[in-house]
Design a protein around this ligand. Structure first.
Ligand SMILES: NC(=O)c1ccc[n+]([C@@H]2O[C@H](COP(=O)([O-])OP(=O)(O)OC[C@H]3O[C@@H](n4cnc5c(N)ncnc54)[C@H](O)[C@@H]3O)[C@@H](O)[C@H]2O)c1
Length: 424
């Protein structure tokens, strides 16, 4: 197949490009290096030494004889270039990763909120409009998030794969049965853009019969896949900073440098996880098994297990002896939640999940140890506050006690220093 990978230089996009290329698909990456530029803005960088994209592609060609193409393009702004690319290159599938993907980054300031909305919503809409204008039949495979469902308390509810069956009582007392998109409940501006993406897909699928698979992905952990491991020039990125680092990778890196594990709030928040190797495999399964023309948007929950954050911290602490530090929760989220998730469709397509017990934790810890010398501990704390009042109080240097968001310390606790750490 001919596969266009929007955002193919990123954390998920790069190993996906290699995996699809390895399977003899013809791969063309589109990227505008927004993620590398965000590193410049944040004065942070990947823990692993990622090579420039040109070096990555050359290394892949030398190792495998396979070519991966590249077009530098801002998908959110370069609409006409995107139409021309789709018309000329004629992809069978477009995998869409090209969005600003960090919730903390999206909440840093009004600029970051507006950038995230402009970039993400326009990128998705441009892609859909361009497919129509280019008269393409490409199947869109989009990376959404489990966060579109929200993380409210919902004891006993198993989160379905995108759609919820409802009964609505009609005027005559009879029940009308429908399947609707699961009610969106975003927790950040980033998550909100993903819920808006869902409506764009539903509309273009209904109106223009664009075939779409939306993958509601959990938090990705790990860094290497079997392809990125082949050569150091292919190494994948490893984000550990307070904006882009995801929780389990942050814990492993923190333990590697002797920094206490930063648990936000109570740690009783439950989240869904997937290893990066499974993520690329799920995308391959989605691409190689497209929906039929006229089929409604297909939604898969792309996750393999759920964990409470405190349980992950305790697991890493047991493995490494690291201390656990409860810090003020910068987010506005429930202190605890249950999370039961349906994920049968990808398992039915053949996914065999890699779980935390499979020894890969040690592999990630080893990467963290190897590159620990590249870590800037200053970049570890999350300084992005979901709520303006908390931001203001911290900026004013005030003590911050329980804020009513639940995931906060005991009464009387005070922020210890400008890293907003609260010791227990
Ligand atoms: N990493 C995770 O844990 C995770 C979890 C759930 C969902 N996702 C989703 O997966 C996708 C990829 O995530 P990631 O972790 O690889 O992020 P990333 O930031 O590492 O990669 C995104 C890539 O898209 C590029 N990009 C962004 N805007 C663009 C634009 N307008 N035009 C062209 N290129 C653009 C960036 O430069 C980057 O290379 C995102 O949509 C994200 O929401 C990621």
């Amino acid at each position: 197949m001919r596969i266009l990978i929007l955002g193919g230089d990123g954390f998920c996009g790069w190993p996906t490009s290699l995996h699809l290329s390895q399977r003899d698909h013809d791969v063309l990456i589109v990227d505008n290096f927004a993620r590398r530029n965000a590193d410049v803005e944040l004065e942070a960088s990947s823990l692993t030494p990622i090579a420039p994209l040109g070096v990555r592609r050359t290394a892949w060609r030398e190792l495998t004889g396979r070519e991966i193409g590249f077009e530098r393009l801002n998908v959110a702004e370069g609409y006409h270039e995107l139409v021309d690319l789709i018309r000329d290159w004629r992809p069978d599938a477009v995998v869409h990763f090209a969005e600003q993907r960090a919730a903390p980054y999206s909440m840093k300031s009004s600029w970051h909120k507006r950038y995230t909305v402009d970039n993400n919503v326009n990128a998705t809409h441009n892609l859909l409009a361009a497919i129509v204008e280019a008269e393409s039949d490409a199947h869109v495979v989009h990376l959404g998030t489990m966060g579109v469902y929200g993380y409210g308390p919902a004891p006993g509810l198993k989160i379905p794969e995108g759609y919820l069956g409802v009964k609505i009582e009609a005027d005559d007392g009879t029940d009308i049965e429908q399947e609707i998109l699961f009610p969106a409940n975003p927790g950040s501006v980033y998550h909100m853009t993903k819920t808006l993406d869902q409506l764009l897909f539903a509309y273009y699928n209904k109106n223009d019969e664009i075939r779409v698979t939306d993958l509601h992905q959990g938090i990705v952990w790990g860094t290497q896949t079997e392809d990125t491991r082949l050569d150091e020039r292919l190494i994948n990125r490893f984000d550990y900073d307070g904006d882009y680092g995801t929780v389990l990778n942050r814990f492993l890196m923190q333990s590697a440098i002797g920094y206490p594990l930063t648990v936000h709030g109570s740690g009783r928040q439950t989240r869904a996880f997937i290893h990066i190797q499974d993520s690329v495999r799920c995308i391959q399964l989605a691409v190689e098994n497209p929906p039929a023309k006229g089929e409604r948007v297909r939604i898969f929950n792309q996750m393999t297990e759920t964990h409470r954050l405190i349980d992950l911290a305790e697991l890493v602490s047991r493995l490494t002896g690291a201390e656990i530090d409860f810090v003020e929760n910068p987010r506005n989220e429930a202190a605890e939640n249950d999370l039961y998730v349906e994920n049968r469709q990808l398992l039915d397509l053949g996914l065999v999940p890699v779980t935390l017990e499979d020894g890969l934790l040690n592999e990630v810890a080893e990467i963290a140890h190897t590159y620990a010398y590249r870590c800037d501990p200053e970049k570890i704390p999350c300084r992005s506050y979901w709520r303006h009042d908390l931001h203001e109080r911290v900026a004013a240097g005030a003590a911050v006690g329980p804020s009513g968001n639940g995931g906060t310390p005991e009464a009387g606790d005070v922020l210890a220093d400008e890293t907003y750490r609260v010791s227990r």
